[in-house]
Design a protein around this ligand. Structure first.
Ligand SMILES: CC(C)[C@H](C(=O)O)[C@@H](O)C(=O)O
Ligand code: SF4
Length: 472
């Protein structure tokens, strides 16, 4: 029987496998940020251990950094201390770390691809649940916890029980105005936040093949929101074109040799997956979340659902609780939901393709009175690219400031957060209670819907906006 892509990558990294025990996998790339890592380094020190492969390890300051004035002092003393510890620990153990002011710095899941660090067939781990993003390159990329971070630092290996395999085939073509973010929201709405639990998901189908690398990263990023440990897309010519020439991509003869191997990295025709889901991409519309988990989502053309419409008692109770928190009435048209904040950014949708999509909507338009747009690029490289393309001028004319890179309003782990009762259209990936601040309400959307909502003052798509006078 043939092998799936996930099985091939897993097998090629097996250090040890014994009945009844987790497999031991070799780790090709270990990424770090400020959160969870201090305890891991304390554990190394307490055990008198060193870092096995500092050359395969990289840190970046992304979660706690200010985004208006990058060098502004972090007010919260504990947060300020935690922020400083990453650089101190990396210096002590000889690990490279990108700090505020370094041009390669940014959100870990944005800079690793930018730098050409993630190659097809690699195993990649990071102290972050959205490490799944990096599976877009045909790598096996897992988020890991603090004790696992310590283990990988010390041994460059990860004990892990092999998950099952799941294939999601998205057929057809996404309609104009429908993006990767809508695809993954539609999938999670269909299979639920536990629909991929215990599985590595491989995405296939014409709609996936048609996505850019950024779109594939958006889809893989939110695979964790369906309960999976990893999402993957088999590498193809788009993958190779994205990688070629990047700082840490192979070059010359090494490039040719790697390319030959990368071209073998796809599931065999006769591979059998443990679970199969098929979605018709041509039926997907712009999606928004109405609730407090990424699976509580619906097409923007729809209405806030009645909890009684859920047959499952747990789903019904969850919907009732969510609508209470979100202060939404069943039957309300989603386009009637007014917002006061728009966040464009995060490791889900903070890349240049996402800023271009937002700029295309905001060009020649103004943000509605009473709406604040928090626009945060996923990396300082993305920011520089946006400035080079003149997008910053488009944003400024619309009344939007282009900040510096970081996780920012995605999660209330830094000093960018919403006040109780504020309601945001957000291009991030989680809408849990309090995610963007205590009592804040989050509607997850694609960048184009976020930008259109900023202009309209309520959840909207670009098609809902009045034509622009000067550019039609
Ligand atoms: C802080 C980090 C551990 C956390 C994660 O792992 O997802 C964060 O990035 C998030 O998005 O909530
Ligand atoms: S941008 Fe958000 S989801 Fe991504 S790593 Fe940062 S906090 Fe987590």
């Amino acid at each position: 029987m043939g092998q799936t892509l996930a099985e091939k990558v897993w097998r090629s990294h097996l250090v040890r496998s014994a009945p009844g025990e987790p497999d031991l996998l070799y780790v090709d790339l270990h990424l770090l940020h400020e959160v969870n890592t201090p305890i891991a380094f304390d554990g190394l020190r307490a055990a008198g251990r060193t870092v096995r492969r500092p050359d395969l390890t990289l840190g970046t300051e992304d979660h706690l950094v200010p985004t208006v004035d990058l060098f502004q002092r972090i007010e919260d003393p504990a947060m300020r201390r935690q922020a400083a510890l990453l650089a101190e620990n990396c210096a002590e153990f000889g690990i490279e770390v990108y700090r505020a002011g370094d041009r390669q710095r940014g959100i870990v899941h944005v800079i690793a691809p930018e730098l050409g660090l993630v190659h097809p067939g690699m195993t990649v781990v990071c102290c972050d649940s959205h490490t799944t993003t990096l599976g877009a390159f045909g790598a096996l990329a897992f988020g890991i916890g603090t004790s696992q971070v310590e283990h990988v630092l010390a041994t460059q290996t990860l004990p892990m029980t092999r998950p099952r395999t799941m294939r999601v085939t998205v057929t057809g073509t996404l309609a104009d105005g429908v993006y990767a973010k809508d695809l993954i929201l539609a999938l999670i709405a269909r299979i639920g936040t536990a629909g991929a639990q215990g599985h590595i998901v491989e995405y296939q189908g014409s709609a996936i093949d048609a996505l850019s690398m950024e779109g594939r990263m958006t889809v893989c990023n939110m695979t964790v929101e369906a309960g999976s440990r990893a999402g993957m897309v088999a590498p193809d010519e788009k993958t190779f074109a994205y990688l070629e020439g990047r700082p840490h991509a192979p070059a010359g003869d090494a490039w040719e040799a790697e390319l030959a191997y990368w071209r073998t990295l796809r599931s065999d025709e006769d591979a059998v997956f443990d679970k199969e889901v098929v979605l018709d991409g041509s039926t997907i519309a712009p999606y928004v979340t109405w609730g407090t988990n990424p699976g509580q989502a619906a097409p923007l053309d729809g209405v806030v659902p009645h909890p009684s419409s859920f047959a499952d008692p747990q789903e019904r109770a969850a919907a009732e609780r969510a609508l209470g928190y979100m202060a939404l009435e069943p039957g309300t048209s989603l386009r009637d939901v007014e917002i006061d904040t728009v966040f464009i950014g995060s490791c889900t949708n903070g890349r240049i393709e996402d800023l271009r999509a937002a700029a295309d909507v905001l060009r020649g338009r103004k943000v509605a009175d009473g709406v604040e747009v928090v626009l945060v690029p996923g990396s300082d490289t993305v920011r520089a690219q946006a400035v080079e393309e003149g997008l910053d001028e488009v944003f400024t004319a619309a009344g939007v400031r282009l900040r510096t890179a970081g996780c920012s309003l995605c999660a209330a782990v830094n000093e960018d957060r919403l006040r109780p009762g504020q309601r945001a259209a957000s291009t991030s990936n989680r809408n849990f209670e309090g995610r963007q601040g205590k009592g804040a309400r989050t509607h997850i959307v694609a960048p184009a819907v976020a930008a259109a909502s900023a202009v309209a003052g309520h959840l909207a798509s670009p098609a809902d906006l009045a034509p622009r006078k000067d550019i039609g």
